[in-house]
Design a protein around this ligand. Structure first.
Ligand code: RUQ
Ligand code: CUA
Ligand code: CA
Length: 640
């Protein structure tokens, strides 16, 4: 579509009126979103005439022939459904959902004892939480590229981080962050700042967005609230340390050498109402010196907060004015910035302005110089601050020196050249840094390019998470899907390829080459302590009221045709699927007992229930497995 679209070059844009937005401008922000409906729709209608040529070739790329496989994986945050979604790209087909924080009826997540143990339970055995709000997802690195071990995803509501094993595509651990509310950004490190041999992820950094009293007591005076930046161990998933900061955290980025992590801050004012949070013209990008923080923890220079035993070091302004000993550095960025992203050449972090029409480029070598006492003012690490358009949020990269930033209010993606922006900032007013713009439908939040935040950024595809879909899909009542748009970025101009509806609310995602993963299709029997390894081990094992039922499945039968219980028995039912063929999953449901879960090849799962209802109950296989799937049943006879 962009071929005939007049490229609005930076220099042609009358940016004067687009100076920093003030409170009045923000007040009309919701209005802007609503009114944009019309103008956005008509703009796309105009463009659609010229889109046919591009759309034709587009269909070739995104429409895979039957049986053809996608060339990229996409890991998509599932939003309020608390899961991670797996997409194949460029087709945009959703292949899988990995339940993490919220129960999932398909697989029995939140039903089986094994999943409940990961999710966390209350003393009465019920789930600790069954709501979540996932935003950000990132995967583990080695040598600056994804290594296929893990991905992580956050729950903003309850301040939890989940780890996904990328061999089995399952969530295996969930960690609560102590003394954090509104856990937003997340990013794994890419190397160790001290040990050069560790060129892979060992830490996951988590940004606490909302400030609260520490420890949390009912204090109204917001000036007493603070936020924490948290480091979680990638292997043990234990919380290693936290940093007490001024202002708040939002998104998180990490450097390729492992030395720096950073978070953008929109509330340096530490306001409790939105107008307070946008009082200042500039906020910050806050850098963390990882090696120094860990040295301080080792030296015992920390405190703890409330019941938590996690070491908390002091990263506030007051404690970090001397660069030679500072743990943190606050780089000034305009205004309520959103998003901080690391360029694939490992040189820069880029913060988008959100309430300022700018992006700020920070050179990491200069930040390190400041920590070494070689740069006088930390703000001299800023090498560009250029205007892009209204409401810049997130930035992706193509590995050819270009950045792609979403403009929420303009409903656009702007492609800009980082080196040209730096030249422009230095005073070369002929440096044309804006390369292209494309309208998107509508109001984009996150975007990401294939392999974007790795050293192997390949500049082929860009996905854009549009927060509003309005007229792009068949109407389905008041709740619209979001529109994930897929854009070809291999050429000079961006070309819109496809719209994909997604259930709210994905926020963030990553896209990477399929050969970086080696998924397994069959479990290892020995990985399950409760495994019933032979059908002959099946049976009902009674110890007073406590009863263990051991069962195996092999298509088209369970290992016991019937079994008897007494009313009031406290039952643990263990099911091992002894079928070891790829794709041969069984399920088991118990009518009236609120039980259903699946067991994949050589998987074992268990449930607890009290046999409080006498009668005959047909336990049946819920997952189509065989021509005799309907006949695959067993009788549970509960004697009154
Ligand atoms: S940040 S609103 Cu992903 Cu744009 Cu959460
Ligand atoms: Cu086993 Cu269906
Ligand atoms: Ca602010």
């Amino acid at each position: 579509m962009s071929q005939d679209q007049k490229p609005t070059t930076e220099n042609a844009l009358a940016m004067g009126r687009r100076k920093f937005m003030n409170t009045a401008a923000l007040a009309s922000l919701t209005g802007l979103v609503a009114c944009n409906n019309k103008s956005g729709a008509s703009a796309s209608a105009e463009a659609s005439g010229s889109a046919s040529a591009a759309a034709h070739s587009a269909a070739d790329v995104t429409h895979l022939k039957p049986g053809e496989l996608d060339t990229y994986y996409g890991l998509w945050s599932g939003g309020h459904s608390g899961d991670m979604r797996v997409l194949g790209l460029p087709s945009g087909r959703e292949i899988h959902r990995i339940p993490c924080f919220v129960p999932d009826a398909l697989v029995g997540w939140g039903i089986t004892n094994e999943s409940k143990k990961v999710m966390g339970t209350r003393p009465d055995g019920s789930l600790k939480y069954n709501v979540a709000d996932t935003h950000h997802t990132h995967a583990s690195y080695k040598d600056g590229n994804y290594d296929g071990r893990y991905a992580w995803i956050n729950d903003k509501i309850n301040a939890r981080v989940a780890r996904i094993r990328l061999d089995y595509f399952i969530c295996d651990k969930i960690t609560d962050l102590p003394n954090v509310q509104g856990f937003h950004g997340i990013f794994p490190d890419k190397a160790d700042p001290v040990d050069e041999k560790i060129n892979y992820t060992t830490r996951v950094f988590c940004g606490g967005e909302f400030s609260i009293p520490l420890p949390n007591a009912g204090i109204e005076d917001g000036s007493k609230y603070r936020s924490l930046f948290t480091c979680v161990d990638a292997e043990s998933m234990e919380v290693r340390w936290q940093v007490l900061i001024d202002g708040n955290c939002d998104l998180v980025a990490t450097s390729y050498d492992g030395k720096l992590a950073a978070t953008n801050q929109y509330n340096t004012e530490m306001g409790v109402h939105y107008e307070d949070m946008m009082a200042a013209e500039r906020d910050a990008c806050l850098f963390f010196n990882v090696a120094r923080i860990e040295a301080a923890v080792k030296a015992g220079k920390f405190k703890t907060i409330g019941d938590s035993k996690v070491p908390v070091v002091d990263g506030t302004h007051a404690a970090n004015s001397d660069p030679k000993t500072a743990l943190t550095a606050y780089v000034s960025v305009p205004k309520n910035p959103h998003g901080v992203n690391a360029s694939p050449d490992a040189k820069y972090f880029i913060c988008a302005g959100k309430l300022s029409p700018t992006a700020t480029v920070i050179e990491l070598a200069k930040v390190l110089d400041w920590f070494d006492g070689k740069l006088e003012k930390i703000d001299d690490a800023i090498v560009a601050e250029v205007e892009l358009g209204l409401g810049p949020l997130h930035t992706a990269f193509d590995g050819r020196g270009n950045a792609y930033t979403t403009l929420f209010l303009d409903s656009q993606v702007v492609k800009w050249n980082v080196d040209a922006a730096i030249k422009f900032h230095k005073g070369d007013k002929n440096a044309k840094y804006v390369v292209d713009r494309i309208d998107v439908q509508y109001q984009p939040g996150h975007l990401n390019a294939s392999q974007s935040e790795t050293r192997a950024a390949d500049g082929k595809y860009l996905a854009v998470g549009c927060k509003f879909s309005k007229d792009r899909f068949l109407p389905v009542g008041p709740l619209h899907p979001e529109n994930e748009q897929f854009i070809d970025i291999s050429g000079e101009k961006m070309v819109l390829l496809a719209d994909h509806p997604v259930r709210g609310e994905p926020h963030d995602f990553i896209i990477f080459k399929r050969d970086l993963l080696r998924p397994k299709q069959v479990y290892n029997l020995d990985d399950f302590p409760l495994a019933v390894k032979d059908p002959k081990e099946s049976g009902v094992f009674r110890n007073g009221k406590k009863v263990t039922v051991k069962l195996t499945s092999q298509a088209p039968a369970f290992s016991m045709r019937e079994f008897k219980l007494k009313k009031g028995d406290e039952v643990t039912l263990i099911l091992t699927n002894l079928d070891k063929i790829e794709d041969l999953t069984h399920g088991i449901a118990i009518p009236k007992y609120n039980v259903q879960f699946v067991v994949n090849p050589l998987e074992t799962a268990s449930v607890n229930f009290v046999a409080d209802k006498p009668g005959v109950f047909w336990l049946y296989c819920t997952n189509f497995c065989h021509a005799l799937h309907l006949e695959m049943r067993t009788r549970m006879i509960v004697e009154g």
